[in-house]
Design a protein around this ligand. Sequence first.
Ligand SMILES: *Cc1c(COP(=O)(O)O)cnc(C)c1O
Length: 498
Amino acid sequence: MRRVTGVATMRTMRSMERLTPPPWKAKVVEPIELRSPAERRIAIGNAGFNTFLLRSEDVFVDLLTDSGTSALSQEQRAAMELGDEAYAGSRSFFRLEQAVREVFGYRYVIPAHQGRGAEHLLARALVGPGSKVPSNLYFTTSREHVELAGGVWEDVAVDEAREPASPFPFKGNIDLARLEEALARAAPGEIAYVRQEACLNMAGGQPFSIENLAAVRELTRRHAVPFILDATRISENALFVKECEPGYAERSLPELIRMIADHADGAIFSSKKDHFVPIGGLVAVNDVELARKLREQVVVYEGFPHYGGMAGHDMEALAQGIRESTDERIVSAYVAQARYLGGVLEEAGVPIVLPIGAHAVFVDARRFLPQLRLEEFPAQTLAAAFYLAGGVRSMERGIVSGQHGSEPYDGLELVRLTLPRRVYTQEHLTWVADVVIHVLRHADEIPGLRMTYEPEHLRFFQARFAPLARFPELAIEGEPATRGAQKTVTGVPISTKR
Ligand SMILES: *Cc1c(COP(=O)(O)O)cnc(C)c1O
Protein backbone atom coordinates (compact mmCIF):
# COMPACT_ATOMS: atom_id res chain seq x y z
CA MET A 1 0.00 0.00 0.00
CA ARG A 2 1.35 3.42 -0.87
CA ARG A 3 1.53 6.12 1.78
CA VAL A 4 -0.45 9.19 0.83
CA THR A 5 1.21 12.36 1.98
CA GLY A 6 -0.19 15.78 2.68
CA VAL A 7 -3.46 14.63 4.18
CA ALA A 8 -4.42 14.13 7.82
CA THR A 9 -7.74 12.37 7.35
CA MET A 10 -10.40 12.55 4.70
CA ARG A 11 -12.74 14.15 7.20
CA THR A 12 -10.55 17.16 7.95
CA MET A 13 -10.25 17.73 4.22
CA ARG A 14 -13.99 17.75 3.83
CA SER A 15 -14.32 20.73 6.12
CA MET A 16 -11.42 22.56 4.52
CA GLU A 17 -13.45 24.49 2.04
CA ARG A 18 -17.10 25.22 1.51
CA LEU A 19 -18.54 26.12 -1.86
CA THR A 20 -20.79 29.15 -2.13
CA PRO A 21 -24.34 27.88 -2.73
CA PRO A 22 -25.07 27.89 -6.48
CA PRO A 23 -27.83 30.11 -7.91
CA TRP A 24 -30.26 27.17 -8.37
CA LYS A 25 -31.91 24.40 -6.38
CA ALA A 26 -33.21 21.00 -7.42
CA LYS A 27 -36.87 20.61 -8.31
CA VAL A 28 -36.79 17.18 -9.95
CA VAL A 29 -34.43 14.36 -8.97
CA GLU A 30 -33.20 11.13 -10.53
CA PRO A 31 -32.40 8.17 -8.24
CA ILE A 32 -28.91 6.71 -8.35
CA GLU A 33 -27.53 3.64 -6.62
CA LEU A 34 -24.16 2.32 -5.58
CA ARG A 35 -23.78 -1.30 -6.71
CA SER A 36 -22.00 -3.72 -4.39
CA PRO A 37 -18.26 -4.31 -4.90
CA ALA A 38 -19.01 -7.75 -6.41
CA GLU A 39 -21.57 -6.26 -8.82
CA ARG A 40 -19.10 -3.56 -9.84
CA ARG A 41 -16.46 -6.18 -10.64
CA ILE A 42 -18.93 -7.98 -12.90
CA ALA A 43 -20.06 -4.73 -14.51
CA ILE A 44 -16.57 -3.49 -15.41
CA GLY A 45 -15.64 -6.98 -16.69
CA ASN A 46 -18.72 -7.04 -18.91
CA ALA A 47 -17.74 -3.57 -20.13
CA GLY A 48 -14.32 -4.80 -21.23
CA PHE A 49 -12.71 -2.41 -18.69
CA ASN A 50 -13.95 0.49 -20.80
CA THR A 51 -16.08 2.96 -18.82
CA PHE A 52 -17.92 3.94 -22.04
CA LEU A 53 -19.38 0.43 -22.12
CA LEU A 54 -20.83 0.50 -18.58
CA ARG A 55 -24.58 0.78 -18.19
CA SER A 56 -25.52 4.00 -16.45
CA GLU A 57 -27.69 2.05 -13.96
CA ASP A 58 -24.44 0.49 -12.69
CA VAL A 59 -22.83 3.91 -12.15
CA PHE A 60 -23.09 5.86 -8.88
CA VAL A 61 -21.48 9.22 -9.65
CA ASP A 62 -21.21 9.69 -13.40
CA LEU A 63 -18.28 11.93 -14.34
CA LEU A 64 -17.77 10.37 -17.77
CA THR A 65 -18.56 13.56 -19.60
CA ASP A 66 -20.14 16.97 -19.38
CA SER A 67 -21.66 16.36 -22.80
CA GLY A 68 -25.44 16.43 -22.83
CA THR A 69 -25.50 15.60 -19.11
CA SER A 70 -26.22 19.04 -17.66
CA ALA A 71 -29.49 19.80 -15.89
CA LEU A 72 -32.02 21.84 -17.84
CA SER A 73 -33.48 24.93 -16.17
CA GLN A 74 -37.20 25.43 -15.66
CA GLU A 75 -36.98 28.18 -18.27
CA GLN A 76 -35.55 25.73 -20.80
CA ARG A 77 -38.25 23.18 -20.00
CA ALA A 78 -40.92 25.85 -20.36
CA ALA A 79 -39.45 27.03 -23.67
CA MET A 80 -39.61 23.46 -24.99
CA GLU A 81 -43.41 23.68 -24.83
CA LEU A 82 -43.18 26.31 -27.56
CA GLY A 83 -41.26 24.05 -29.94
CA ASP A 84 -42.44 24.61 -33.50
CA GLU A 85 -41.98 21.30 -35.29
CA ALA A 86 -42.58 22.69 -38.78
CA TYR A 87 -40.18 21.08 -41.24
CA ALA A 88 -39.33 24.42 -42.79
CA GLY A 89 -39.54 27.97 -41.48
CA SER A 90 -39.88 26.86 -37.85
CA ARG A 91 -40.32 29.73 -35.38
CA SER A 92 -37.98 27.82 -33.08
CA PHE A 93 -35.16 28.11 -35.60
CA PHE A 94 -35.57 31.86 -35.82
CA ARG A 95 -35.53 32.16 -32.03
CA LEU A 96 -32.30 30.12 -32.00
CA GLU A 97 -30.80 32.28 -34.75
CA GLN A 98 -31.74 35.37 -32.75
CA ALA A 99 -30.03 34.05 -29.61
CA VAL A 100 -26.83 33.20 -31.53
CA ARG A 101 -26.78 36.63 -33.18
CA GLU A 102 -27.35 38.44 -29.89
CA VAL A 103 -24.83 36.51 -27.83
CA PHE A 104 -22.07 35.71 -30.35
CA GLY A 105 -22.74 38.18 -33.13
CA TYR A 106 -22.40 35.75 -36.05
CA ARG A 107 -24.74 36.45 -38.93
CA TYR A 108 -25.49 32.99 -40.32
CA VAL A 109 -26.51 30.04 -38.18
CA ILE A 110 -26.53 26.46 -39.46
CA PRO A 111 -27.93 24.02 -36.91
CA ALA A 112 -26.68 20.45 -36.54
CA HIS A 113 -27.67 17.53 -34.34
CA GLN A 114 -24.50 17.96 -32.22
CA GLY A 115 -20.94 19.28 -32.40
CA ARG A 116 -19.54 16.62 -34.69
CA GLY A 117 -22.40 17.22 -37.11
CA ALA A 118 -21.31 20.85 -37.31
CA GLU A 119 -17.67 19.77 -37.70
CA HIS A 120 -18.64 17.48 -40.53
CA LEU A 121 -20.41 20.30 -42.38
CA LEU A 122 -17.44 22.61 -41.89
CA ALA A 123 -14.95 19.99 -43.10
CA ARG A 124 -17.11 19.28 -46.17
CA ALA A 125 -17.30 22.98 -46.94
CA LEU A 126 -13.66 23.95 -46.38
CA VAL A 127 -11.37 20.91 -46.36
CA GLY A 128 -10.12 19.13 -49.47
CA PRO A 129 -7.45 16.49 -50.15
CA GLY A 130 -4.12 17.68 -48.74
CA SER A 131 -5.46 20.85 -47.16
CA LYS A 132 -4.22 21.71 -43.70
CA VAL A 133 -5.85 22.70 -40.44
CA PRO A 134 -3.47 24.19 -37.86
CA SER A 135 -4.98 23.92 -34.37
CA ASN A 136 -4.19 24.02 -30.65
CA LEU A 137 -3.78 20.27 -29.94
CA TYR A 138 -6.83 18.47 -31.30
CA PHE A 139 -10.25 17.19 -30.44
CA THR A 140 -11.08 13.60 -31.40
CA THR A 141 -14.10 14.24 -33.63
CA SER A 142 -12.74 17.56 -34.96
CA ARG A 143 -9.59 15.89 -36.28
CA GLU A 144 -11.47 12.84 -37.54
CA HIS A 145 -13.76 14.93 -39.77
CA VAL A 146 -10.88 16.94 -41.19
CA GLU A 147 -9.01 13.73 -42.02
CA LEU A 148 -12.07 12.01 -43.49
CA ALA A 149 -12.33 14.98 -45.85
CA GLY A 150 -8.70 14.39 -46.90
CA GLY A 151 -7.17 17.13 -44.76
CA VAL A 152 -4.07 17.10 -42.57
CA TRP A 153 -4.20 18.16 -38.93
CA GLU A 154 -1.32 20.29 -37.72
CA ASP A 155 -0.73 20.90 -34.01
CA VAL A 156 0.40 24.46 -33.24
CA ALA A 157 -0.35 24.53 -29.50
CA VAL A 158 2.07 26.14 -27.05
CA ASP A 159 4.42 23.60 -25.42
CA GLU A 160 2.82 24.14 -22.02
CA ALA A 161 -0.38 22.49 -23.31
CA ARG A 162 1.44 19.17 -23.12
CA GLU A 163 2.96 19.75 -19.66
CA PRO A 164 0.52 18.68 -16.95
CA ALA A 165 2.59 20.19 -14.13
CA SER A 166 3.14 23.59 -15.77
CA PRO A 167 1.17 26.33 -13.98
CA PHE A 168 0.92 28.42 -17.17
CA PRO A 169 -2.59 29.95 -17.09
CA PHE A 170 -3.23 29.97 -20.86
CA LYS A 171 -2.45 26.49 -22.14
CA GLY A 172 -5.12 27.00 -24.80
CA ASN A 173 -2.84 29.48 -26.55
CA ILE A 174 -1.46 28.89 -30.02
CA ASP A 175 2.32 29.05 -30.48
CA LEU A 176 2.48 32.10 -32.76
CA ALA A 177 5.89 31.31 -34.21
CA ARG A 178 4.76 27.79 -35.07
CA LEU A 179 1.55 29.09 -36.65
CA GLU A 180 3.36 31.76 -38.62
CA GLU A 181 5.76 29.15 -39.94
CA ALA A 182 2.88 26.86 -40.95
CA LEU A 183 1.14 29.74 -42.73
CA ALA A 184 4.32 30.87 -44.49
CA ARG A 185 5.18 27.33 -45.58
CA ALA A 186 1.75 26.65 -47.10
CA ALA A 187 0.94 27.04 -50.78
CA PRO A 188 -1.88 29.50 -51.57
CA GLY A 189 -5.22 27.95 -50.58
CA GLU A 190 -3.57 25.03 -48.83
CA ILE A 191 -4.69 26.08 -45.31
CA ALA A 192 -8.40 25.24 -45.03
CA TYR A 193 -8.74 27.24 -41.82
CA VAL A 194 -7.00 27.84 -38.52
CA ARG A 195 -8.84 26.36 -35.55
CA GLN A 196 -8.54 27.48 -31.96
CA GLU A 197 -10.46 25.65 -29.25
CA ALA A 198 -11.79 27.45 -26.18
CA CYS A 199 -10.95 25.86 -22.83
CA LEU A 200 -8.84 23.28 -24.60
CA ASN A 201 -10.22 19.92 -23.57
CA MET A 202 -7.18 17.78 -24.38
CA ALA A 203 -4.90 20.03 -22.32
CA GLY A 204 -7.22 19.77 -19.31
CA GLY A 205 -9.91 22.37 -20.01
CA GLN A 206 -7.40 25.21 -20.38
CA PRO A 207 -8.24 28.68 -21.76
CA PHE A 208 -6.58 30.88 -24.33
CA SER A 209 -5.94 34.55 -23.63
CA ILE A 210 -7.59 37.28 -25.66
CA GLU A 211 -4.10 38.61 -26.35
CA ASN A 212 -3.20 35.31 -28.05
CA LEU A 213 -6.53 35.18 -29.87
CA ALA A 214 -5.95 38.68 -31.25
CA ALA A 215 -2.51 37.69 -32.50
CA VAL A 216 -3.93 34.61 -34.23
CA ARG A 217 -6.59 36.83 -35.79
CA GLU A 218 -3.89 39.16 -37.05
CA LEU A 219 -1.80 36.34 -38.57
CA THR A 220 -4.78 34.68 -40.26
CA ARG A 221 -5.87 38.01 -41.69
CA ARG A 222 -2.40 38.72 -43.03
CA HIS A 223 -2.31 35.32 -44.74
CA ALA A 224 -5.97 35.54 -45.78
CA VAL A 225 -7.07 32.23 -44.25
CA PRO A 226 -10.32 31.69 -42.34
CA PHE A 227 -10.12 31.61 -38.56
CA ILE A 228 -12.71 29.33 -36.95
CA LEU A 229 -13.21 28.82 -33.23
CA ASP A 230 -14.23 25.62 -31.59
CA ALA A 231 -16.33 27.69 -29.21
CA THR A 232 -17.83 24.73 -27.37
CA ARG A 233 -16.60 26.02 -23.98
CA ILE A 234 -16.47 29.74 -24.74
CA SER A 235 -18.30 30.78 -21.53
CA GLU A 236 -15.74 29.07 -19.34
CA ASN A 237 -12.88 30.52 -21.38
CA ALA A 238 -14.40 33.98 -20.95
CA LEU A 239 -14.64 33.47 -17.19
CA PHE A 240 -10.95 32.51 -16.99
CA VAL A 241 -10.02 35.60 -19.03
CA LYS A 242 -11.94 37.73 -16.55
CA GLU A 243 -10.16 36.06 -13.63
CA CYS A 244 -6.61 35.73 -14.98
CA GLU A 245 -5.91 38.04 -17.92
CA PRO A 246 -4.83 41.56 -16.96
CA GLY A 247 -7.24 44.26 -18.09
CA TYR A 248 -10.47 42.25 -18.22
CA ALA A 249 -11.56 41.98 -14.58
CA GLU A 250 -14.18 44.71 -14.96
CA ARG A 251 -15.75 43.31 -18.12
CA SER A 252 -19.03 41.42 -17.90
CA LEU A 253 -19.20 37.79 -19.00
CA PRO A 254 -21.50 38.56 -21.97
CA GLU A 255 -19.06 41.27 -23.10
CA LEU A 256 -16.12 38.88 -22.91
CA ILE A 257 -17.94 36.08 -24.74
CA ARG A 258 -18.82 38.50 -27.50
CA MET A 259 -15.27 39.84 -27.61
CA ILE A 260 -13.88 36.33 -28.10
CA ALA A 261 -16.43 35.45 -30.78
CA ASP A 262 -15.72 38.71 -32.63
CA HIS A 263 -12.10 37.71 -33.21
CA ALA A 264 -13.02 34.80 -35.49
CA ASP A 265 -14.76 34.39 -38.85
CA GLY A 266 -17.03 31.79 -37.36
CA ALA A 267 -17.37 29.04 -34.82
CA ILE A 268 -18.60 25.54 -34.28
CA PHE A 269 -20.36 24.66 -31.05
CA SER A 270 -21.20 21.42 -29.37
CA SER A 271 -24.13 22.84 -27.45
CA LYS A 272 -24.19 19.73 -25.26
CA LYS A 273 -21.58 21.42 -23.07
CA ASP A 274 -21.93 25.14 -22.20
CA HIS A 275 -25.52 25.42 -23.45
CA PHE A 276 -27.07 22.92 -21.00
CA VAL A 277 -28.93 20.82 -23.58
CA PRO A 278 -28.93 17.03 -24.02
CA ILE A 279 -28.51 17.37 -27.78
CA GLY A 280 -27.65 20.09 -30.27
CA GLY A 281 -24.88 21.92 -32.03
CA LEU A 282 -24.30 24.51 -34.68
CA VAL A 283 -21.90 26.27 -36.95
CA ALA A 284 -22.15 30.04 -37.18
CA VAL A 285 -20.29 32.21 -39.67
CA ASN A 286 -20.20 35.73 -41.05
CA ASP A 287 -19.34 34.95 -44.66
CA VAL A 288 -22.36 34.57 -46.91
CA GLU A 289 -20.56 32.30 -49.36
CA LEU A 290 -19.40 29.94 -46.60
CA ALA A 291 -22.93 29.93 -45.18
CA ARG A 292 -24.25 28.91 -48.60
CA LYS A 293 -21.77 26.02 -48.80
CA LEU A 294 -22.71 24.90 -45.29
CA ARG A 295 -26.42 24.96 -46.15
CA GLU A 296 -25.71 22.79 -49.18
CA GLN A 297 -24.12 20.24 -46.87
CA VAL A 298 -26.67 20.45 -44.06
CA VAL A 299 -29.55 19.23 -46.22
CA VAL A 300 -27.54 16.13 -47.18
CA TYR A 301 -26.28 15.14 -43.75
CA GLU A 302 -28.37 16.74 -41.02
CA GLY A 303 -31.72 18.04 -42.21
CA PHE A 304 -33.39 21.14 -43.57
CA PRO A 305 -31.43 24.32 -42.63
CA HIS A 306 -34.23 25.29 -40.22
CA TYR A 307 -33.66 22.34 -37.90
CA GLY A 308 -30.42 20.56 -38.89
CA GLY A 309 -31.09 17.36 -36.96
CA MET A 310 -32.74 18.96 -33.94
CA ALA A 311 -36.41 18.93 -33.03
CA GLY A 312 -38.15 22.29 -32.70
CA HIS A 313 -38.27 21.85 -28.92
CA ASP A 314 -34.50 21.11 -28.89
CA MET A 315 -33.87 24.45 -30.62
CA GLU A 316 -36.04 26.23 -28.01
CA ALA A 317 -34.10 24.67 -25.12
CA LEU A 318 -30.87 25.58 -26.90
CA ALA A 319 -31.85 29.21 -27.51
CA GLN A 320 -32.65 29.61 -23.82
CA GLY A 321 -29.50 27.65 -22.82
CA ILE A 322 -27.33 30.00 -24.89
CA ARG A 323 -28.70 32.93 -22.90
CA GLU A 324 -28.09 31.15 -19.58
CA SER A 325 -24.52 30.34 -20.66
CA THR A 326 -23.70 34.04 -20.39
CA ASP A 327 -24.83 34.26 -16.74
CA GLU A 328 -21.68 34.71 -14.71
CA ARG A 329 -23.23 33.36 -11.50
CA ILE A 330 -24.14 30.10 -13.22
CA VAL A 331 -20.80 29.64 -15.00
CA SER A 332 -18.82 30.57 -11.87
CA ALA A 333 -20.76 28.09 -9.75
CA TYR A 334 -19.96 25.06 -11.87
CA VAL A 335 -16.37 26.09 -12.56
CA ALA A 336 -16.01 26.39 -8.75
CA GLN A 337 -17.04 22.74 -8.45
CA ALA A 338 -14.09 21.62 -10.59
CA ARG A 339 -11.84 23.87 -8.54
CA TYR A 340 -13.17 22.39 -5.29
CA LEU A 341 -12.70 18.78 -6.39
CA GLY A 342 -9.27 19.54 -7.83
CA GLY A 343 -8.26 21.41 -4.68
CA VAL A 344 -9.14 18.50 -2.41
CA LEU A 345 -7.27 16.06 -4.67
CA GLU A 346 -4.22 18.28 -4.97
CA GLU A 347 -4.11 18.73 -1.20
CA ALA A 348 -4.11 14.95 -0.82
CA GLY A 349 -1.15 14.55 -3.15
CA VAL A 350 -3.08 13.22 -6.17
CA PRO A 351 -1.18 14.14 -9.34
CA ILE A 352 -3.56 16.32 -11.36
CA VAL A 353 -3.22 18.69 -14.28
CA LEU A 354 -2.65 22.25 -13.13
CA PRO A 355 -4.08 24.83 -13.27
CA ILE A 356 -7.42 23.13 -12.59
CA GLY A 357 -9.53 23.39 -15.73
CA ALA A 358 -13.08 24.53 -16.28
CA HIS A 359 -15.24 21.50 -16.71
CA ALA A 360 -13.17 18.71 -15.25
CA VAL A 361 -10.30 17.60 -13.09
CA PHE A 362 -7.71 15.64 -15.02
CA VAL A 363 -5.70 13.05 -13.11
CA ASP A 364 -2.21 12.34 -14.44
CA ALA A 365 -2.13 8.56 -14.76
CA ARG A 366 1.60 8.36 -15.54
CA ARG A 367 2.43 9.79 -12.12
CA PHE A 368 -0.47 7.99 -10.39
CA LEU A 369 0.55 4.55 -11.71
CA PRO A 370 4.28 4.96 -12.40
CA GLN A 371 4.79 1.19 -12.43
CA LEU A 372 2.77 0.83 -15.65
CA ARG A 373 4.26 1.22 -19.11
CA LEU A 374 2.28 3.29 -21.60
CA GLU A 375 1.46 0.09 -23.53
CA GLU A 376 -0.34 -1.11 -20.40
CA PHE A 377 -2.78 1.81 -20.65
CA PRO A 378 -2.33 3.57 -17.27
CA ALA A 379 -5.25 5.99 -17.75
CA GLN A 380 -7.65 3.31 -18.98
CA THR A 381 -6.59 1.21 -15.97
CA LEU A 382 -7.11 4.05 -13.53
CA ALA A 383 -10.59 4.82 -14.85
CA ALA A 384 -11.54 1.18 -14.22
CA ALA A 385 -10.05 1.39 -10.71
CA PHE A 386 -12.14 4.47 -9.81
CA TYR A 387 -15.25 2.58 -10.85
CA LEU A 388 -14.32 -0.49 -8.84
CA ALA A 389 -13.50 1.60 -5.78
CA GLY A 390 -16.73 3.57 -5.58
CA GLY A 391 -18.91 3.40 -8.68
CA VAL A 392 -17.36 6.61 -10.06
CA ARG A 393 -17.31 6.73 -13.85
CA SER A 394 -14.56 8.77 -15.53
CA MET A 395 -12.99 8.80 -19.00
CA GLU A 396 -9.58 7.95 -20.43
CA ARG A 397 -7.91 10.83 -22.26
CA GLY A 398 -4.57 9.36 -23.20
CA ILE A 399 -3.04 6.86 -25.56
CA VAL A 400 -6.34 5.07 -26.27
CA SER A 401 -8.07 8.35 -27.26
CA GLY A 402 -5.05 10.07 -28.73
CA GLN A 403 -2.86 7.58 -30.54
CA HIS A 404 -2.90 8.19 -34.19
CA GLY A 405 -2.14 5.54 -36.80
CA SER A 406 1.34 4.13 -36.37
CA GLU A 407 2.91 7.33 -34.95
CA PRO A 408 4.49 6.82 -31.53
CA TYR A 409 2.33 8.41 -28.83
CA ASP A 410 3.96 11.15 -26.78
CA GLY A 411 0.87 12.96 -25.50
CA LEU A 412 -0.71 13.26 -22.08
CA GLU A 413 -2.01 10.21 -20.24
CA LEU A 414 -4.99 11.47 -18.26
CA VAL A 415 -8.20 10.39 -16.60
CA ARG A 416 -10.91 13.00 -16.82
CA LEU A 417 -13.36 13.50 -13.94
CA THR A 418 -15.90 15.63 -15.78
CA LEU A 419 -18.58 17.67 -14.06
CA PRO A 420 -22.06 17.73 -15.55
CA ARG A 421 -23.35 21.25 -15.04
CA ARG A 422 -25.88 21.92 -12.25
CA VAL A 423 -26.20 18.20 -11.46
CA TYR A 424 -24.10 17.04 -8.52
CA THR A 425 -23.70 18.43 -5.01
CA GLN A 426 -20.61 18.95 -2.92
CA GLU A 427 -21.40 15.64 -1.13
CA HIS A 428 -21.09 13.79 -4.43
CA LEU A 429 -17.76 15.46 -5.04
CA THR A 430 -16.37 14.54 -1.62
CA TRP A 431 -17.37 10.95 -2.39
CA VAL A 432 -15.40 11.15 -5.63
CA ALA A 433 -12.41 12.64 -3.81
CA ASP A 434 -12.53 9.86 -1.20
CA VAL A 435 -12.59 7.26 -3.98
CA VAL A 436 -9.64 8.76 -5.84
CA ILE A 437 -7.56 9.10 -2.66
CA HIS A 438 -8.44 5.54 -1.66
CA VAL A 439 -7.25 4.25 -5.03
CA LEU A 440 -4.03 6.26 -4.67
CA ARG A 441 -3.31 4.36 -1.45
CA HIS A 442 -3.55 1.10 -3.41
CA ALA A 443 -1.91 2.38 -6.57
CA ASP A 444 1.08 0.08 -6.51
CA GLU A 445 -1.14 -3.02 -6.39
CA ILE A 446 -2.96 -2.16 -9.62
CA PRO A 447 -2.05 -4.13 -12.79
CA GLY A 448 -2.26 -2.77 -16.31
CA LEU A 449 -4.50 -3.78 -19.20
CA ARG A 450 -4.11 -5.21 -22.68
CA MET A 451 -6.41 -4.32 -25.55
CA THR A 452 -8.52 -7.22 -26.79
CA TYR A 453 -10.59 -5.36 -29.40
CA GLU A 454 -9.60 -2.26 -31.35
CA PRO A 455 -12.22 -0.48 -33.49
CA GLU A 456 -11.09 1.27 -36.65
CA HIS A 457 -12.45 4.76 -35.86
CA LEU A 458 -12.32 6.70 -32.53
CA ARG A 459 -11.25 3.52 -30.81
CA PHE A 460 -11.65 4.81 -27.24
CA PHE A 461 -15.44 4.64 -27.48
CA GLN A 462 -15.72 0.89 -28.04
CA ALA A 463 -12.32 -0.70 -27.44
CA ARG A 464 -12.23 -3.67 -25.02
CA PHE A 465 -9.51 -4.60 -22.54
CA ALA A 466 -8.53 -7.37 -20.15
CA PRO A 467 -6.44 -7.01 -16.99
CA LEU A 468 -2.87 -8.32 -17.06
CA ALA A 469 -3.37 -9.66 -13.51
CA ARG A 470 -6.27 -9.72 -11.08
CA PHE A 471 -7.21 -6.27 -9.76
CA PRO A 472 -6.96 -5.90 -5.96
CA GLU A 473 -10.06 -5.41 -3.82
CA LEU A 474 -10.44 -1.66 -4.20
CA ALA A 475 -13.91 -1.05 -2.75
CA ILE A 476 -14.01 1.94 -0.45
CA GLU A 477 -15.37 1.36 3.07
CA GLY A 478 -18.71 2.64 4.35
CA GLU A 479 -20.76 2.06 1.24
CA PRO A 480 -24.19 1.10 2.65
CA ALA A 481 -24.79 4.55 4.12
CA THR A 482 -24.80 6.09 0.68
CA ARG A 483 -27.43 3.85 -0.88
CA GLY A 484 -30.44 5.69 -2.18
CA ALA A 485 -28.72 9.02 -2.88
CA GLN A 486 -30.04 11.17 -5.65
CA LYS A 487 -28.81 13.55 -8.28
CA THR A 488 -30.70 16.27 -10.09
CA VAL A 489 -32.53 14.96 -13.12
CA THR A 490 -30.88 15.88 -16.38
CA GLY A 491 -33.63 16.62 -18.78
CA VAL A 492 -36.10 13.73 -18.96
CA PRO A 493 -39.40 15.04 -17.65
CA ILE A 494 -40.21 13.10 -14.47
CA SER A 495 -42.82 14.90 -12.44
CA THR A 496 -42.90 14.13 -8.73
CA LYS A 497 -45.09 17.03 -7.65
CA ARG A 498 -48.83 17.10 -8.28
C1 LIG B 1 -17.75 17.56 -27.47
C2 LIG B 1 -16.89 18.33 -28.35
C3 LIG B 1 -17.01 18.29 -29.75
C4 LIG B 1 -17.95 17.34 -30.44
O1 LIG B 1 -19.25 17.59 -30.11
P1 LIG B 1 -20.39 16.47 -29.94
O2 LIG B 1 -21.57 17.28 -29.53
O3 LIG B 1 -19.93 15.51 -28.89
O4 LIG B 1 -20.57 15.81 -31.25
C5 LIG B 1 -16.19 19.12 -30.49
N1 LIG B 1 -15.29 19.93 -29.92
C6 LIG B 1 -15.13 19.98 -28.58
C7 LIG B 1 -14.11 20.88 -28.00
C8 LIG B 1 -15.91 19.18 -27.76
O5 LIG B 1 -15.73 19.21 -26.44
